[in-house]
Write a protein that binds this ligand. Structure first.
Ligand code: GLN
Length: 268
């Protein structure tokens, strides 16, 4: 009897449950259908999210049009895909939510790929490598010459909300007070005016703020973190991730990437 029951059970599994389960299973075709790669090609537009305030990666020309290394990189990607590009300018802290909410296909905004961010979005291979540095206030911190000196009671550090400078400050400088601002320029102003000891941010930006404020600031330009910039897309979209990695690999090999480097970083 028990033997017959087992055979019946197996028969039920084969005839009823297996077909039911295979209906639920997602095919590779359906995965591709849902991929941003397919969506972008179908709608003939690549929608890119960035905060157009991060020189020389994304900023505006005299007519207010977005330009910069990332902008050109995104345009090259659109060109390779054979589609138009639409750039959506938004606050840096709003980029990942916009990606997850399906408002943009990808983020390219000088965004560092970090383990914490990679829990929520997928990153391509890095397209630029740099590190965090510090803009130092001559007025408030005349004696500071090394990054470690910033970790002290009474020190005030300005950081941009949600940027890696913000994310590492509490861990690396636990004794200092961290003040967060939405805008990079507001952070620099805190240091220039002597309200903060230092602004912790990506190297090229720190260099630029120092060059614009030679009387009031110094800069510690030996990076104290590793910041690999990468394109972010929705987690789980392996087709688009694969395409973007092949795209980056290709332009690095055929010289187009180096042309962009020359265009935006040569004079820095
Ligand atoms: N690289 C930094 C980050 O990912 C800052 C980027 C930016 O401000 N655009 O947080």
């Amino acid at each position: 009897m028990a033997g017959r029951f087992k055979i019946c059970l197996i028969a039920v599994c084969i005839c009823v449950l297996l077909p039911a389960l295979s209906c639920l299973a997602v095919t590779t075709f359906e995965i591709y259908e849902a991929s941003a790669l397919n969506q972008v090609i179908k709608r003939n537009t690549l929608i890119v999210g960035m905060e157009v305030k991060f020189f020389p990666f994304e900023y505006t020309d005299a007519d207010g049009r977005p330009i910069g290394f990332d902008v050109d990189l995104a345009k090259l990607a659109a060109q390779e895909l054979g589609v138009r590009i639409e750039i959506k300018d938004m606050e840096f802290s709003g980029l990942i939510p916009a990606l997850q909410g399906g408002k943009i296909d990808m983020i390219i905004s000088g965004m560092t790929r970090t383990p914490a961010r990679a829990k929520t979005v997928a990153f391509t291979q890095p397209y630029f490598e740099t590190g965090l540095c510090a803009l130092i206030s001559n007025k408030r911190a005349p004696e500071v010459s090394e990054i470690g000196q910033l970790n002290a009671e009474g020190r005030i550090l300005a950081v941009k909300l949600g940027a890696t400078g913000d994310l590492v400050a509490a861990r690396l400088f636990p004794k200092a007070e961290v003040k967060r601002f939405k805008e990079e320029t507001a952070c620099a102003l805190e240091v220039v005016s002597g309200r903060a000891d230092a602004f912790i941010y990506d190297k090229l930006s720190i260099e630029r703020h120092h060059a614009q404020n030679l009387q009031t600031t110094r800069a510690i330009l030996r990076p104290f973190t590793y910041e690999p910039y990468a394109i972010a897309i929705k987690s789980g979209d392996f087709d688009f991730l694969n395409w973007l990695n092949i795209f980056l690999e290709t332009i690095k090999a055929d010289g187009r990437y180096q042309e962009l480097q020359k265009k935006y970083f040569n004079d820095l």
